[in-house]
Design a protein around this ligand. Structure first.
Ligand code: ADP
Ligand code: MG
Length: 267
């Protein structure tokens, strides 16, 4: 099967995921939705592998609106990129695909014998970042097997669809750092994120009342927040900004509040 074209830079890779022709190859193992390994082919023969999650293949859940999990996957990528934390692999939303609209994420060629419980405690520094990320996005499903080690030794977090609920829902295997102080650099990033969100969301809310052209011009500075508002609700963006600000201000990793704070299965 095709591997990623090695010479592509980040922009070309993003273009390939955004515009390439998607061919669904088969279901991923252990998926709880219809999640496909996809072959993506762009112009001039560039190709890569992706993970395609069509909205119509989502299993309905009680606590998240139907058909929104793929959008949450992309929103999680945008937040990871805005923080510059590289937790989530490149993910885009495709309005058209062979099985309808859905998310398309860069496939990570990972060492499948590794996951959170095998990578700890050696990689604690990376998991401190991932744990802070999960607090900010309110991740309700961080399992050990959602932590992938790639060939360069980088650890990625995948399966980020159960995120951004406005109510507290943190459910994760990463509780080793509970009560610990969050590093100053991570807190600064969280603060900056909160500021950008408040500026972008506030600006968008004011300008929704005005002409679209004006809105487009004025919100351009906070372009990524505008993209975020196409994926999750304004209330969810505000709750996201509050969680980021709280983490920056209080500066400690939270404690598990009940047995619901642990996912099942753990791996
Ligand atoms: N970007 C990715 N690269 C490589 N493997 C992935 C990626 N995303 C998911 N997987 C693998 O596919 C499995 C199923 O994907 P997951 O995101 O859990 O789907 P679902 O939303 O159906 O639960 C994961 O456990 C993981 O092993
Ligand atoms: Mg899953």
């Amino acid at each position: 099967m095709a591997q990623a074209t090695p010479s592509l830079d980040g922009d070309a890779q993003e273009r390939l995921l955004r515009e390439g022709r998607i061919k669904a190859r088969g279901l991923m193992p252990d998926c709880s939705n219809y999640t496909y390994l996809a072959h993506v082919r762009g112009a001039e023969g560039a190709e890569t592998l992706g993970v395609y999650k069509p909205a119509q293949g989502e299993t309905p859940l009680d606590d998240f609106p139907d058909g929104t999990l793929g959008k949450r996957e992309v929103a999680a990528y945008l937040v990871s990129a805005a923080l510059d934390w590289q937790v989530v692999p490149l993910t885009v939303y495709r309005t058209q695909g062979p099985l309808g609209p859905g998310s398309l994420q860069q496939f990570i060629v990972a060492d499948i014998s590794e996951h959170y419980f095998t990578l700890m405690p050696e990689r604690a520094a990376d998991f401190r970042t991932m744990a802070a990320f999960d607090v900010i996005v309110n991740n309700a499903d961080r399992k050990s097997g959602h932590c992938l080690l790639d060939g360069d030794g980088h650890i990625w977090g995948v399966d980020n669809g159960l995120t951004f609920h406005p109510l507290p829902k943190l459910r994760t295997v990463i509780w080793e750092f509970a009560g610990e102080e969050v590093a100053a650099t991570l807190r600064r990033d969280a603060q900056r994120l909160a500021d950008e969100l408040v500026a972008g969301e506030g600006c968008a809310a004011t300008l929704r009342r005005d002409a679209q052209r004006l809105a487009d011009e004025l919100v351009a500075g906070e372009g990524w927040v505008k993209s975020l508002l196409q994926l999750i609700s304004g209330a969810e963006v505000r709750a996201l900004a509050q969680r980021a600000r709280r983490l920056a201000d209080e500066g400690r990793y939270p404690e598990p509040s009940s047995r619901w704070a642990y996912p099942w299965p753990l791996i």
